[in-house]
Design a protein around this ligand. Structure first.
Ligand SMILES: [Cu+2]
Length: 160
């Protein structure tokens, strides 16, 4: 029975450690502002998706305007055909504008979030996205000044 107090302490410590672990990811997400995604949610690779190819260039996207149905999954095939790095960040205009302010302070901030990617010239990436929310969203490049020069596109999510 002399091990009993020690076991109890271990159990308590383990409990605290587990509690701490469950809190950390939430805090880490909040810090970067991506606890939830404003434009929908990451797609499910086991479900069907419509492919839309988008070219990134100085300083625009082609196409710059797309329409999807609510609940539809889109596989974005993103190709940087320009001579500079460019991004594709899918969010509400409000979220992207807030993010742009952060990017001005940290111009080389890298993104590897499910809703965005930064591409070097001649690189290609894919983003699988489910537009689960109705509304109008945008994709834009938040490298300083690129959005102002025209690197913004629009997604309209229709209810049918
Ligand atoms: Cu850009």
């Amino acid at each position: 029975m002399k091990h009993q107090p020690e076991m109890t302490m271990k159990t308590i410590r383990l409990g605290l450690a587990l509690a701490a672990l469950s809190i950390v990811p939430a805090l880490a997400h909040d810090k970067h502002g991506h606890a939830t995604f404003s434009a929908g949610e990451p797609g499910d690779p086991n479900k069907p998706a419509r492919t839309i190819e988008i070219l990134l260039n100085e300083m625009d996207y082609a196409p710059a305007r797309i329409e999807v149905r609510r609940g539809e999954q889109i596989r974005f095939v993103l190709r940087n055909v320009g001579k500079e790095d460019h991004e594709f960040l899918l969010a509400t205009p409000k979220e992207n504008l807030a993010h742009a302010v952060e990017m001005k302070k940290h111009p080389h901030m890298e993104h590897d979030d499910p809703n965005g990617v930064r591409l070097a010239p001649n690189k290609t990436a894919e983003i699988l996205w489910k537009f689960s929310k109705p509304g109008t969203f945008e994709f834009s490049c938040l490298i300083p000044d690129h959005r102002d020069y025209g690197m913004v596109g629009h997604v309209t999510v229709t209810s049918r």
